[in-house]
Design a protein around this ligand. Structure first.
Ligand SMILES: Cc1ncc(COP(=O)(O)O)c(C=O)c1O
Length: 366
């Protein structure tokens, strides 16, 4: 049986007529940068998340970078985040000359453990950047409470959690700024790179819009040093089509996630733990198990692709060696990175494919 880790081809087949029409309209209009398609997408994003300002940008990485720039984060500042994430989260902090200060994760959700945050706050701390990993929001309320007490900002790295709900509100609408990614494999994916920044703060939104367009406040007048961080009109038009169908896809993702958890109940592995006050969009369906290497190999032999998100926590990466962390500093991140494994997940995974995967795991790793 042929199984894709994420079935983007099946999704294109489903929406191809609408998507092709949108692409053609952008090409015919020759409005490739900015314009009505982008404005319309931003309006729909704001409506979907309930945030007053949704700003399309070039990637999730640039969304995070622009957020830090908007908050004036620079050399000497500290930003608290998790070491158990994709490198982009901490990369942008280092890129601006600031220092990433890591805090270990909660062993059940794999998100930053809020009870360990206050101990590392100093007078240099400017922001906390929790990551809503695998599609489930971090403990945003607890994190916001700490941030308010210390008068610092919170940037939710929602690159994996667009569409998730937390205490009745949408991810990206839970803190000072929310950032998401439209990388093709994300729950809402473009046909190239893309991202968005969300805030209810009018002044921050205005500044972010300038920063992503070379700091311009009017043509050839530059108020800030910015970047070229715009979202292309073609990507906005494609994303707009997918956003229309997104709720339906999310419901399917959740059904598939639940079917995995029910089906794998008897296996010697730990299925995702989703807290009662939130939902997961299952950007990844990740299980934890011992002897990962042999299971990955055995699944591969049965035609089942897997992935590891992520095999090495950031504090042990060579790129962050200057921070001076060592093995043992964040034991839970280190333990989970050795045991985690993601299974094929997309709304286009058929019931037959999913049963095949579940039965294979039962056989290999009962
Ligand atoms: C948690 C997290 N942060 C940041 C990013 C960066 O997003 P992008 O690839 O769109 O730059 C990703 C995407 O892989 C991510 O998963």
């Amino acid at each position: 049986m042929k199984i894709n880790f994420i079935d983007l081809q099946a999704q294109y087949q489903e929406y191809s007529q609408e998507i092709d029409k949108e692409i053609k309209e952008v090409c015919t209009s020759a409005q490739f940068i900015g314009g009505a398609k982008l404005q319309n997408f931003e309006k729909n994003l704001a409506e979907f998340t309930g945030v007053s300002h949704a700003i399309g940008c070039s990637s999730g990485t640039d969304a995070l970078l622009l957020s830090l720039m908007a908050l004036d984060i620079k050399t000497g500042d500290e930003v608290i985040t998790t070491p158990f994430t994709f490198i982009a989260t901490a990369e942008v902090i280092a890129f601006l000359g600031a220092k990433a200060v890591f805090v270990d994760i909660d062993e059940q959700t794999y998100n930053i453990d809020p009870t360990k945050i206050e101990a590392v706050i100093t007078d240099k701390t400017k922001a906390i950047m929790p990551v809503s990993l695998y599609g489930q929001c971090a403990d945003m309320e607890a994190i916001n409470t700490i941030a308010q007490k210390h008068d610092i900002a919170v940037i939710e790295d929602a690159c994996q959690s667009f569409g998730a709900e937390y205490k009745g509100k949408k991810s990206c609408n839970l803190s000072t700024i929310g950032c998401t990614s439209f990388f093709p494999s994300k729950p809402l994916g473009a046909y190239g790179d893309g991202g968005a920044i969300f805030t209810n703060d009018d002044a921050l939104a205005e500044k972010i819009r300038m920063l992503l367009n070379h700091g311009q406040n009017e043509r050839y007048r530059h108020k800030y040093i910015g970047i070229n961080g715009r979202l292309d009109a073609i990507q906005a038009a494609i994303l707009n089509v997918k956003l229309k169908h997104f709720e339906k896809e999310l419901a399917t993702r959740q059904k598939i996630g639940q079917a995995y958890s029910d089906g794998l109940f008897t296996c010697k592995l730990i299925t995702p733990y989703v807290k009662a006050d939130r939902t997961s969009v299952y950007a990844q369906y990740s299980v934890r198990l011992k002897e990962r290497e042999s299971v990955v190999k055995a699944l591969g032999e049965k035609g089942i692709p897997t992935a590891v998100h992520y095999p090495m926590p950031l504090h042990l990466q060579e790129a962050f060696s200057e921070l001076g962390y060592k093995k043992g500093d964040f034991p839970l991140s280190e333990k989970v990175s050795k045991e985690i494994m993601s299974l094929p997940m997309s709304p286009y995974l058929t019931q037959e494919q999913q049963e095949y995967i579940i039965n294979a795991l039962k056989e290999i790793h009962a």
